[in-house]
Design a protein around this ligand. Structure first.
Ligand SMILES: *Cc1c(COP(=O)(O)O)cnc(C)c1O
Length: 369
C-alpha cells in the first residue's frame, strides 16, 4: 500500500497532521463553535428561491468580483459600527471588502499575498490551530509568541513580542479561540504601531461580544496595513455554506485579487450569502440566547469548582479538569461532544441551545459529584 512517505511530497509537509476536529454524529455536538440553532424557515425559503434563480445561470461563470455580495457585506459592517459618523469613521464600500470560501480561505489569501518562503507569521498562543497550518501550507515561518496570565494580552507584552520578531504578518484573534479572551483596542493599536507589516484581526466571534465592546473595524481609518476578518460560520449560523470575509484598505483588496483563483466564489454561494445578508436581523436573532447560555456555562462551571476563562465568544474554555481525556470520553459516552484542545487541565465547550447546554452541564455535574 502506498503511504504519504512514498510520495514525492514537499519535505516541509512530511510528518504533518491535517486539521481534524472529530466529526461524529452525536445528539449534542458542542465541539466546533457552530451556532447550533437552525436558520429560520422563512429565510431558508428565500435562500432556496435565490439559489434556484442562480442555478438557471450556471452555464456562465459567476461574477468574479462578487460586487453584489461585497456591497451587502459593507452595509452589514457599517450598520454594526454606525459608520459613517465621526466616531466610526467613513463608511466602508465594496472596495474595502473581500470574501472567500470561509475566513480560512481569506486568511490563506493573506498568506499567499504577504507571506511565503523567507517570510514569517506571528501569533499569540494558544490560538486558532489553523494559523500555523496555513503558515506551513504557504511556506511561511510560524512564530508562536506568549501571552500574559489567564491568556490575556497587554499592549506592552504584545508590542514587545512584535518588535522583537519583526514578522511580516501578525494574526490577532479577538475574541481568541480557544480561550475566549478578547483583546483591547489599545493592544491591537500597539501591535499595529510595532509591526513592520500586515496585521490581521480575526473577529470570527465578534457578534457574541458584549454590546459595548468596540470592534477593531473602528481602528481601520488611517491604518492601511490593518485587516479585519469575519465569518458567517458562527453567529450567522451559516457554517455549511462557507463564507468568510475581510475589511481593509482597497489596496489590500487589490493584493488579494492577485492570488485568488478566478471565480473562486460560486454563483450558488454568492446567491445564498446575499439572501442571508438581506435577512441579517433574523439570522442573528439567536445570538442573545447564545450569549445567555455562555454566561450560564461560566456561572455553573464556577459553582462546580472549575475555572472558566473570560469569554466574549460563543464558547468557554475551563480549567480545573483533572483528566481532560477521561472527562471528554465520559461525556462522549453520553452523546455529548466537546473539545479537548490540548491545554493541560482544560476543556472547551460551545454554548448551544438551552437544552443542549443543560445536557452538558447536567452530565458534567453528575461526573463531578
Ligand atoms: C471558526 C473560526 C473561523 C472561521 O472559519 P471559516 O472558514 O469562516 O468557517 C476563523 N477564525 C477562527 C478563530 C475561528 O474559530
Amino acid at each position: 500500500m502506498t503511504t504519504l512517505n512514498d510520495l514525492p511530497i514537499r519535505d516541509d509537509l512530511r510528518g504533518q497532521i491535517p486539521y481534524g476536529a472529530p466529526q461524529l454524529s452525536v445528539p449534542v455536538a458542542l465541539n466546533v463553535n457552530e451556532n447550533t440553532h437552525r436558520i429560520p424557515e422563512q429565510v431558508a425559503q428565500d435562500i432556496v428561491a435565490r439559489v434556484a434563480a442562480a442555478v438557471l445561470g450556471v452555464n456562465r461563470y459567476p461574477d468574479r468580483e462578487f460586487l453584489g455580495l461585497r456591497t451587502r457585506l459593507a452595509e452589514y459592517l457599517n450598520r454594526e459600527t454606525g459608520a459613517p459618523s465621526s466616531a466610526a469613521g467613513p463608511a466602508l464600500t465594496a472596495e474595502n471588502l473581500w470574501a472567500a470560501n470561509g475566513s480560512n480561505e481569506v486568511l490563506q489569501h493573506v498568506l499567499q499575498a504577504f507571506g511565503g518562503p523567507g517570510r514569517s507569521l506571528l501569533g499569540f498562543v494558544p490560538t486558532y490551530s489553523m494559523y500555523s497550518i496555513l503558515a506551513s501550507g504557504s511556506g511561511t515561518a510560524w512564530i508562536p509568541a506568549q501571552r500574559d496570565a489567564d491568556y490575556e494580552l497587554t499592549p506592552e507584552t504584545a508590542a514587545a513580542a512584535v518588535r522583537e520578531a519583526a514578522p511580516d504578518i501578525v494574526f490577532l484573534c479577538s475574541p481568541n479561540n480557544p480561550t475566549g479572551t478578547p483583546l483591547s483596542l489599545e493592544t491591537i493599536a500597539a501591535v499595529y504601531d510595532a509591526a513592520p507589516g500586515i496585521v490581521v484581526v480575526d473577529e470570527a466571534y465578534a457578534e457574541f461580544a458584549p454590546d459595548d465592546a468596540a470592534s477593531a473595524l473602528t481602528l481601520l481609518p488611517g491604518r492601511e496595513r490593518l485587516l479585519i476578518s469575519r465569518t458567517m460560520s458562527k453567529a450567522f449560523a451559516f457554517a455549511g455554506v462557507r463564507l468568510g470575509y475581510l475589511a481593509a484598505d482597497p489596496a489590500v483588496i487589490d493584493a488579494l485579487r492577485l492570488v485568488r483563483l478566478p471565480y473562486h466564489l460560486s454563483a450558488l454561494t454568492q446567491a445564498a450569502a446575499e439572501a442571508a445578508l438581506d435577512h441579517s436581523d433574523a439570522m442573528l436573532a439567536m445570538v442573545d440566547d447564545i450569549r445567555g447560555q455562555r454566561d450560564r456555562i461560566v456561572t455553573e462551571l464556577t459553582e462546580l469548582g472549575y475555572t472558566p476563562h473570560r469569554s466574549h465568544s460563543n464558547f468557554v474554555l475551563f480549567g480545573g479538569v483533572e483528566d481532560p481525556a477521561a472527562t471528554f470520553q465520559a461525556l462522549l459516552d453520553q452523546g455529548i461532544l466537546i473539545r479537548d484542545v490540548g491545554i493541560p487541565g482544560h476543556l472547551r465547550v460551545s454554548a448551544g441551545t438551552a437544552s443542549e447546554t443543560g445536557a452538558f452541564l447536567d452530565a458534567l455535574r453528575a461526573l463531578s459529584s
